[in-house]
Write a protein that binds this ligand. Sequence first.
Ligand SMILES: C[S@@+](CC[C@H](N)C(=O)[O-])C[C@H]1O[C@@H](n2cnc3c(N)ncnc32)[C@H](O)[C@@H]1O
Length: 194
Amino acid sequence: MDRKDKYYTRAKKENYRSRASYKLLEIQSKFNIIKPDSYVLEFGSSPGGWTQVVQQFTEKPVISVDINKMEPIDNVLFIQGNINDPGLTSKIRDSMISAGMNSLDVIISDAMIKTSGNYDRDHYGSYLLCENVMERSLSLLGSGGNAVLKQFQGDSTNTFVNTWKKYFNFYKITKPNASRQHSREVYIVFKGKI
Ligand SMILES: C[S@@+](CC[C@H](N)C(=O)[O-])C[C@H]1O[C@@H](n2cnc3c(N)ncnc32)[C@H](O)[C@@H]1O
């Protein structure tokens, strides 16, 4: 497999920290998730390609979470933390307070477990991460808010969508062109929190 594809080369040239930036750019151009005054919370942020894209669309500080370290970016409050940790919500709340945020406008997650190659295991690990992202942060999302989550598609994807779509006015499962064609990853877009 050629990991250094055209998006990799473009990312190097355009100074994005990862080729994943182009996935969020496509999602943003299709669904207009982030507005100039949006408060955004991001999960699975390292190395920071999505964070750079978020900053192109909002002037507000961004809260980014990853289990691994991330090289600092101006105006980004980084939390090194695990999505599966029930204590994460209070750390996010602390960051929101220090950034002057009452509620969030957008939650995005590009988090993914280390893949094993076992389809069921990878799908289920991804599904659990998505569940935890929603459980830890949906209450922080204000009315009208949007969410975008990566998931390795599989048997539980419909269950996930059906569980959470009732909190929103709109949902869609999308696969950006920048996603590798053989990959099972999809992005679930929820818009307009009720
Ligand atoms: C595909 S990478 C994200 C790339 C990033 N969006 C970018 O554009 O640079 C997936 C990230 O999910 C993170 N991750 C995986 N499991 C996690 C967990 N349980 N809690 C927090 N982050 C996690 C990984 O450390 C990794 O940085």
